[in-house]
Write a protein that binds this ligand. Structure first.
Ligand SMILES: C[S@@+](CC[C@H](N)C(=O)[O-])C[C@H]1O[C@@H](n2cnc3c(N)ncnc32)[C@H](O)[C@@H]1O
Ligand code: SF4
Ligand code: SF4
Length: 518
């Protein structure tokens, strides 16, 4: 192991960073508020309503703050191979280096290898702020490996936030240990509170040294999950609940789940699409269980939003993912490569870098707010979706042809709201076989009125226009939200003058997560 690094937590740059973060909070725009669990980021209640200790936890956590995810990165370490339950959508034996979805890893690590990897990544990616353990199995079915990893990292990289993601079965037994390692973000996957529904998702659980099946298993699981959630929130640990949306199985029921977890103090609800394909070898993949469409997912998230804040920017990462959400740099940090890397974990230079990131965030929020003021008083029910090609930093900074995903924003007189993303790399690979990649991208974003890009060639421009999608490169390298609001203002003006006719667009031809044609 490396020698323990002793940080200077009272250094000047730390103070500067603190001031900047406070400024951002005053600009109302960058977190996800506590208590009510409602969204912020210029969408509704902002950090002004958020308890300072909650703000402290979410301000640079890419999963807990939609706004932070444009700037801050996370990493997962795959130290937890075993699992204590079986879900009909999970098969951890299937592995593909090019595939990014939960449960997939290229190599499993020991706690010592994981700690070394964290230092290597933190030295290379100064905006990496969060270390999560999310499998490939269940962290709490591997408690020794999980907590040893946390212990090592909390000593060597004390500025990194620790997270874990669990199915919750063993959670009540480990809450005190979780709290003792200052793990202040825990995700619990809760797909049901009704055991009848649960029996369709979980064939078995391993409980008190024996296998339990059916409704009895689902009843134990839901009781333990809800008990664990209550125990964590009582201790002030922020909880995110993941729910996998499985059409025809738990889609209607998730509204009830949403109420149940909100009433027990969950901070954020992440309803994610089922990923299901026969080649994954899962029960659902093999029996043809489909995932939801992008529209079905958004409709369910919208219907739960009145209740609590919904996460819409989850990328359903691999258990060894590294980088900004939506990018995967795990191939740069394999065990072989780390061995040869010069690791220089310097807390002060990490803080200095993050200070620059915070300056950029402030500029972005100010620009958005200024643009939003120009919309004040505009009355219209029109809403449109736009797709944005971005590499991060909250800017329109990706070439159309290089985009592996598009971020989708809903524009209205209230402003620009992030509502999801479309991963076109997997869609191209898995969806339509020989079909031209451009065609599949167009089908994936054909519910959007425009696509914002840093650059685009003449041919794709023409094809997009023919599909009724406006290719917009005039905001190249500008901030996304400010540009989107400015575009929407022009759009409304053109609709009002009759220059453009607003049409309600149909659904995109994409099934989130499943990558098969609707
Ligand atoms: C791989 S699991 C690891 C953590 C833990 N075992 C759990 O299930 O919460 C991480 C997340 O991925 C989700 N997941 C796994 N397979 C999935 C699939 N095929 N489709 C959608 N979500 C999936 C799980 O439900 C969980 O929320
Ligand atoms: S609990 Fe997590 S790791 Fe275990 S089978 Fe379900 S998804 Fe897979
Ligand atoms: S799977 Fe979702 S919640 Fe977990 S690290 Fe990725 S984006 Fe964040």
């Amino acid at each position: 192991m490396e020698e323990a690094y002793q940080p200077n937590l009272h250094g000047e740059s730390t103070e500067v960073l603190g001031d900047l973060l406070q400024k951002i909070a005053e600009h109302k725009g960058c977190g996800t508020s506590g208590g009510s669990g409602k969204a912020s980021c210029g969408t509704s209640a902002g950090p002004a309503d958020m308890a300072p200790e909650v703000w402290e936890k979410v301000k640079n956590h890419p999963c807990y703050s939609e706004e932070a995810h444009h700037h801050y990165a996370r990493m997962h370490v795959a130290v937890a191979p075993a699992c204590n339950i079986q879900c009909n959508y999970c098969n951890r034996k299937y592995d593909c280096a090019n595939e990014s979805r939960p449960g997939v890893v290229s190599e499993k690590l020991t706690p010592e290898q994981a700690a070394k990897k964290v230092l290597a990544v933190a030295s290379t990616i100064p905006q990496m702020t969060v270390l999560g353990i999310a499998g490939p199995g269940d962290p709490l079915a591997n408690p020794v490996k999980t907590f040893k990893t946390f212990e090592l990292i909390s000593k060597t990289a004390p500025d990194i936030k620790l997270c874990l993601s669990t199915n919750g079965l063993a959670l009540p037994d480990h809450v005190d240990t979780i709290a003792s390692f200052n793990v202040d973000h825990v995700t619990i996957t809760i797909n049901m509170t009704d055991p009848e529904v649960g029996a369709k998702i979980y064939p078995w659980i391993f409980w008190k040294n024996k296998r339990v099946t059916g409704i009895e298993a689902a009843k134990i699981l839901t009781d333990r999950q809800l008990q664990g959630l209550e125990m964590l929130t009582e201790r002030g640990i922020l909880c995110k609940v993941n729910s996998v949306m499985i059409p025809g199985v738990n889609d209607q029921h998730l509204v009830e789940v949403n109420r149940a977890v909100k009433s027990r103090g969950a901070f954020l609800h992440n309803i994610m699409p089922l990923i299901s394909a026969p080649e994954h070898g899962t029960v659902f993949g093999l029996n043809g269980q489909r995932g939801p469409s992008a529209q079905e997912l958004k409709a369910l998230q919208d219907s739960c939003e009145g209740e609590m804040n919904m996460m819409r920017h989850c990328r359903q990462c691999r258990a060894d993912a590294v980088g900004l959400l939506g990018e995967d740099r795990s191939a740069e940090f394999t065990t072989d490569k780390i061995m040869e890397m010069e690791v220089n974990y310097d807390l002060e230079s990490r803080k200095a870098y993050q200070t620059k990131v915070e300056e950029e965030r402030i500029a972005k929020v100010e620009a958005k707010n200024a643009e939003l003021e120009t919309l004040a008083g505009a009355a219209s029910d029109i809403k449109i979706l736009i797709a944005v090609a971005t590499k991060g930093s909250g800017r329109v900074n990706e070439h159309f042809g290089h985009a592996k995903e598009f971020q989708v924003y809903e524009l209205s007189t209230k402003g620009a709201k992030f509502v999801g993303h479309r991963r076109v790399d997997l869609y191209c690979q898995g969806g339509y076989g020989e079909e031209d990649a451009l065609e599949t991208v167009i089908r994936a974003i054909n519910d959007c009125a425009a696509v914002f890009v840093a650059k685009i060639g003449g041919c794709p421009k023409d094809s997009l226009r023919a599909a009724g999608i406006d290719p917009v490169d005039q905001y190249a390298f500008e901030f996304i939200e400010q540009s989107a609001i400015s575009y929407f203002k022009d759009y409304l003006a053109k609709v009002n003058s009759g220059e453009v006719q607003h049409v309600e667009r149909g659904d995109a031809d994409i099934r989130q997560g499943a990558f098969v044609p609707v």
